[in-house]
Every structure is written in structure tokens, then in C-alpha cells.
Design a binder for this molecule. Structure first.
Ligand code: FES
Length: 121
């Protein structure tokens, strides 16, 4: 019998994640949601008053992007970067623009800002 926890790629809408003002502009944060059906791993990038969410899984080899907590951005803060083989993704839509998974995209995780909170959408 396996102890493996199912890895989910979707979350229900309306889950409060954190207040927007607890994330610095141009920063990223990891989130893990434990649900009855399994566990969801994702991350959010804040750009001004907007947030972009993605499932924490690189389309190249299926690994979580960051090897250190919350380190999802390239040093210039302009790209999402995979720490394993250097893929770079657009913050706005998750499209890969450099690296081994060119032409593929991160899986979107719908999130929104409501009443100063970041919530699942
Ligand atoms: S696992 Fe992300 S670039 Fe290879």
C-alpha cells in the first residue's frame, strides 16, 4: 500500500490565502493547500495590485520550480525562473520564453484580490 498523497492541480474558489499587503511588490510566495482529496502546491507572484498564480510544476520535468522557499523569480524580478534547468516564464501568462520547455506554459492557478485579500478564484 502506498502512502503517496495525491497531487492536485486545482483548488476550490474562495479560499483566503493571505492579505495582499503581506507580499512585497514583485515577490513570489509558495502555497500548499491540504484538502481531503490530496495536496495542492502552487505559487503566486505579486505585480502591483495584481496577482498571478501557477501550479508549482515545471512543464519540462514536472519538478517544483523553486529549491529554496519562495524563490520563484529570476534575480531581475522580471521572470519566473525554474531553479533546475533555467527555464524562464512570463509572469503575466506563464509562457516559457527560454530554456528546455520553450513553447509550453506553466499551469494557471486562478487567484484574485478581493477586499485586500488574495483568494482562489
Ligand atoms: S525542471 Fe524546470 S527547467 Fe527542467
Amino acid at each position: 500500500m502506498s502512502d503517496a498523497v495525491a497531487r492536485l492541480t486545482e483548488t476550490p474558489a474562495g479560499v483566503q490565502l493571505c492579505r495582499l499587503d503581506t507580499m512585497a511588490d514583485h515577490s513570489a510566495r509558495n502555497f500548499v493547500l491540504q484538502m481531503r482529496a490530496g495536496r495542492f502546491h502552487g505559487f503566486i507572484v505579486r505585480s502591483g495590485d495584481r496577482v498571478h498564480g501557477y501550479v508549482d510544476r515545471c512543464p519540462h520535468a514536472g519538478l517544483p520550480l523553486a529549491q529554496r522557499l519562495d524563490e520563484y523569480l529570476a534575480p531581475d524580478g522580471q521572470w519566473i525562473a525554474c531553479s533546475w534547468h533555467g527555464a524562464l516564464f512570463q509572469i503575466e501568462d506563464g509562457a516559457c520564453r527560454a530554456g528546455p520547455c520553450m513553447g509550453q506554459s506553466l499551469m494557471s492557478w486562478p487567484v484574485a484580490v478581493r477586499d485586500e485579500w488574495i483568494v482562489t478564484a
